[in-house]
Design a protein around this ligand. Structure first.
Ligand code: HEM
Length: 490
């Protein structure tokens, strides 16, 4: 290595030293002035390689900024969970702040406003509330089955309609179906795409030169994004307001609750409108989770057969299963957990930021450092998940045949910023997998291309169409009859 390059690397290591005099976690060497190179597509794979080589927690550089990646289970628990409060902030994401008018939930800085937002969402997403949505989820999930019977080549579309329709009911009390092609869904998908792009380090010049944001002419596309999302979310909120004013019987919804209880949270109407908009944006994650599970179902026919053998033993084929069967179906739950471990739908989660110095082993992550839990690498930790490349649902089941509760997935993120929608999302993925798999055998067509990482990252509308083949396990006539009354006469 030329001596001049050594000179450039040394000060970088020195700068990484913290006030506690402990160094930052080790860093893969780089001689690029801009810092370590991460590809736009599947950057988590590169991080995983560095984790394997340089240790469970590593530091990389993006320009002058240092970014820490956590890639092993124990380190994630120690840092993101046990020291969760110290890692509960988000990076400044200045361009994203302009594009969301500072209204974004996921990008909100740690503090009172975030706590109020989380408290407000909790009212409609906590486990008790999530349980109350089960009848709603069941009454819509049957439409996926009917959709497959009528049009077997569009699983993705049926699942998006299911997710969007249930989430619109919870958020706004909307009783009519919402489709992927509805202008509202298309627009939300564009917001999501933009938000994801803006989370990349240095996405816009303003992220490196913050004072640019004070120029009124700067970032017209970012400002337009805010105006359009404001218009969308405000018109959804206003519709509910109007219905309330007209005393229409719209049933409960998050927006109605917020309008009636605004004094408890102290939000403006625009803030409430954006908060309700979270539901719509988050529905796409649920779709992705389910598609990951479906992809694995058809890829591993022997495991699929084991789950269906459990169905035949516990439920039989003459009544459709419901949430009431959940505790008797450990194999299905284990399959879902393994699918989400093997191909996590959000492999690099969202960036956190340290509020104060975090000491871990002989390292210090100084206050103000961006920290990622790399869900992909953590899920591949060989100490916790032996033979991590292998798809083994059995690893989630203990010697007595029960689901293990001593290991967890980080699919929903970490610590104080863990996904508030996880209880609703988990139930949604479960009931979809349960009903579809009880009705159909999913078949892999060896002539069609298979990209097992196809549903990781990205959004529900821009992942490729999936070519699933279905074989009915129940005679169609009987099935249609059962679905008609489902879930009441399940
Ligand atoms: C299976 C579906 C879902 C997955 C895989 C998922 C995953 C995630 C992940 C990985 C994070 C980042 C956590 C972190 O920073 O450590 C997150 C944050 C978040 N999720 Fe979800 N999510 C899902 C569904 C939902 C649903 C249904 C909602 C609401 C209706 C929701 C609302 C949120 C919000 C508001 C945040 C930001 C939390 C914060 O910054 O404090 N998510 N989600």
């Amino acid at each position: 290595m030329p001596a001049s390059l050594h000179i450039r690397v040394q000060p970088m290591v020195y700068l990484f030293k913290s006030a506690s005099n402990l160094p930052l976690p080790s860093s893969p060497p780089t001689w690029r002035l801009g810092g370590h190179f991460l590809p736009h597509r599947k950057p988590f794979l590169v991080i995983a390689r560095w984790i394997d080589e340089y240790g469970p927690v590593i530091t990389i550089r993006s320009g002058f900024e240092k970014i820490v990646y956590i890639g092993r289970y124990k380190a994630a628990v120690d840092i993101m969970e046990h020291q969760g409060k110290s890692v509960a902030d988000r990076p400044p994401w200045i361009s994203l702040g302009i594009a969301s008018g500072g209204m974004g939930f996921g990008s909100a800085p740690f503090g009172d406003r975030l706590n109020r937002m989380r408290r407000a969402l909790h009212s409609h997403l906590q486990p008790k509330a999530a349980e109350a949505y089960q009848p709603l989820q069941m009454s819509h999930v049957k439409n996926i089955v009917i959709g497959i019977l009528d049009d077997p080549h569009n699983l993705q579309r049926h699942v998006v309609t299911y997710a969007a329709t249930t989430i619109m009911k919870v958020a706004y009390g909307k009783n009519t179906p919402t489709f992927a092609t509805d202008p509202e869904m298309v627009e939300v998908n564009q917001f999501l795409k933009m938000a994801r792009a803006l989370q990349r380090p240095g996405a816009y010049l303003v992220d490196s030169i913050p004072w640019l944001k004070y120029f009124p002419w700067y970032g017209p596309d970012l400002k337009l994004n805010f105006e359009r999302s404001k218009k969308l979310h405000t018109s959804d909120l206003n519709r509910v307001k109007e219905q309330m004013r007209n005393n229409e019987d719209i049933g409960p919804s998050f927006t109605k609750y917020m309008l009636e209880n605004s004094h408890l949270y102290g939000f403006t109407e625009t803030e409430m409108a954006f908060l309700a908009g979270v539901f719509l944006q988050a529905g796409s994650q649920t779709v992705r989770c389910y598609l990951v599970v479906s992809e694995d179902i058809r890829m591993f026919p022997e495991e699929q057969a084991k789950v269906q053998a459990e169905f035949d033993a516990i439920i039989g084929r003459h009544r459709a299963p419901t949430f009431a069967d959940q505790n008797s179906l450990p194999r299905l739950q284990a399959f879902i957990s393994e699918a989400l471990r093997w191909r996590p739908p959000v492999p690099d989660a969202l960036a956190h930021r340290t509020i104060k110095d975090v000491i871990w082993e002989n390292y210090c992550i100084p206050a103000g450092t961006t920290v990622y839990g790399n869900v992909w690498s953590i899920s591949q930790d060989p100490d916790v998940f032996p033979e991590p490349d292998a798809f083994k649902p059995q690893r989630w089941i203990d010697g007595q045949g029960n689901l293990r509760d001593d290991i967890k997935l980080f699919v929903f993120g970490f610590g104080r910023r863990v996904c508030p929608g996880q209880h609703v999302a988990n139930r949604s993925v479960f009931i979809t997998a349960l009903l579809v798999l009880w009705v159909f055998r999913l078949i892999l067509d060896p002539t069609k291309p298979l990209e097992d990482m196809g549903f990781m990252g990205g959004s529900m509308l821009d992942s490729r169409p999936c070519e699933f083949e279905f074989e009915k396990r129940i005679p169609e006539k009987e099935l249609r009859r059962m679905m008609q009354g489902y879930p009441e006469v399940a």
